[in-house]
Design a protein around this ligand. Structure first.
Ligand SMILES: Cc1cc2nc3c(=O)[nH]c(=O)nc-3n(C[C@H](O)[C@H](O)[C@H](O)COP(=O)(O)OP(=O)(O)OC[C@H]3O[C@@H](n4cnc5c(N)ncnc54)[C@H](O)[C@@H]3O)c2cc1C
Length: 410
């Protein structure tokens, strides 16, 4: 496995990016900010056609007792995303540094024993995750003593505004309704072609960021072996106005408690995630619970049965609230959004050159899995830093787990 791609780019700083989701827009943003001329092509008519059309998701760290590679990379990614959000987005509407409570169901999420707070080796001076306080557990509506962590440097984020804001950067041209059906190597770079074989664009650097569709575009290239997979997921959501009415009725319906069901003032994660008080795609304040996981499915229809699965998810995560909100899931007012995550076996994306020797100038940023909000900005920075021969945003021992060349076949 190559541990690091060749650094530096000596050709003209012109790039084509296929895919205008979190991944493609982040790559385009990082390149344009370093003086590149970037053209982004997307088959859709506007922002949010793929998984990045998710109404809202979490930017939250992953924790593990041994502070493993996934935890360390995700933490760096969350920091990069939140910094970008601070720069580009409107707090309270597009995102919020709300903190996230992690209901530690089954004791899966244990902190590293040696160091519960800081991780200086990652340049991480923030205090990302601690044991949740009794007040935070109570605010979530969970019984005192419930095992829970508090991610202080975390929050919710709506991907569409982030994608749109990144694409507005000077130096980026976006061309919608451009479905790329193949790519071809030319003497001076890469061409992307439409259904009739017409050239849609050409540049010395091509970055494929079209999520699971990247497989179709790249699978015939010699040496390409990135094992991308689709993983369908559905979020169920409704309006706050409806829930306020229902919760106003009074005491808990649970037999063994007198706690009143409450809407947590921050997202709760742990068995899926529950987020409330965030604008829906129509702009009204909503609540959201997700997400389902379905393998071997390349389409993303909204399914009635997935609402039922999300109701069970909520009842596990926040039992009193789940019980009180049960009627919301049976009402015709329940709404859904479904999308395809693009995953890789180690739950980490593939970034950078696919095979710099055989396919010079052909790069990828895909496979964000269930963590595109947390990882795509970091992957864009990694891409641009590598091309510019700048210091990397991650130490080499972590970055090596992201480089796409780890999959290059011999
Ligand atoms: C239900 C669900 C819940 C999620 N929750 C979270 C969460 O809480 N936190 C988190 O971090 N992540 C979450 N994710 C994951 C996150 O949404 C994704 O990782 C992220 O959006 C992927 O971004 P992307 O740009 O790689 O892919 P996409 O957003 O899918 O973008 C790919 C783009 O490529 C375009 N395209 C595809 N093929 C072509 C082609 N041939 N020609 C031109 N354009 C093409 C598409 O139109 C699309 O715009 C969730 C995902 C789902 C489905």
């Amino acid at each position: 496995m190559r541990t690091e791609p060749d650094r530096g780019w000596t050709g003209p700083r012109q790039a084509l990016v296929i895919g205008a989701g979190l991944s493609g827009s982040a790559v385009a943003y990082s390149l344009a900010n370093r003086g590149w001329a970037v053209t982004v092509l997307d088959q859709a008519a506007g922002v949010g056609a793929g998984a990045s059309g998710l109404p809202v998701g979490l930017a939250a760290p992953h924790v593990s007792p041994d502070d493993n590679v996934l935890s360390r990379i995700t933490r760096a990614g969350v920091q990069a995303t939140l910094k970008r959000a601070e720069t580009l987005l409107q707090s309270g509407t597009d995102w919020s540094l709300s903190g996230v409570l992690e209901h530690n169901l089954g004791g899966k999420r244990r902190l590293a024993a040696a160091d519960l707070n800081a991780h200086p080796s990652d340049g991480d001076t923030l205090n990302p995750t601690i044991q949740a306080s009794a007040a935070q557990i109570a605010a979530a509506g969970l019984p005192l003593g419930t095992p829970a962590l508090w991610h202080g440097h975390a929050g919710w984020l709506r991907p569409r505004p982030l994608v749109a804001a990144q694409l507005k950067t000077t130096g980026i041209q976006v061309r919608w309704s451009q479905k790329v059906t193949s790519i071809a190597r030319r003497a001076d770079g890469w061409a992307v072609l439409g259904a009739q074989g017409e050239t849609l664009g050409q540049a010395p650097l091509l970055v494929v960021a079209s999520a699971f569709d990247s497989l179709t575009l790249l699978q015939d290239q010699p040496g390409f072996a990135v094992p991308l997979n689709p993983l369908r997921g559905q979020v169920s959501f409704g309006l706050m106005a409806d829930v306020h009415g229902a919760l106003g009725v009074g005491s808990s319906t649970s037999a063994n408690t007198t706690r009143k069901p409450t809407l947590p003032p921050f997202p709760v994660n742990g068995h899926g995630s529950f987020i409330s008080g965030v604008p829906t795609l129509d702009g009204e304040l909503g609540w959201f619970i997700g997400s389902t996981f379905e393998r071997n499915c390349e389409q993303a229809p909204v399914r009635i049965e997935d609402h039922a699965a999300n109701q069970v998810r909520l009842a596990t995560l926040l039992p009193d609230l789940g019980e009180a909100m049960k009627p919301q899931f049976e009402s015709e007012k329940i709404q859904g959004w479904a999308g395809l995550r693009c995953t890789l076996p180690n739950r980490l994306p593939a970034v950078g050159p696919i095979d710099n020797q055989r396919l010079p100038g052909l790069w990828i940023s895909a496979g964000m899995g269930a963590r595109g909000i947390s990882l795509a900005v970091l992957c864009g920075e990694l891409t641009a830093a590598c091309l510019a021969s700048e210091p990397m945003p991650l130490p080499p021992e972590l970055a090596k787990h992201l480089w796409a060349e780890r999959y290059a076949s011999t």
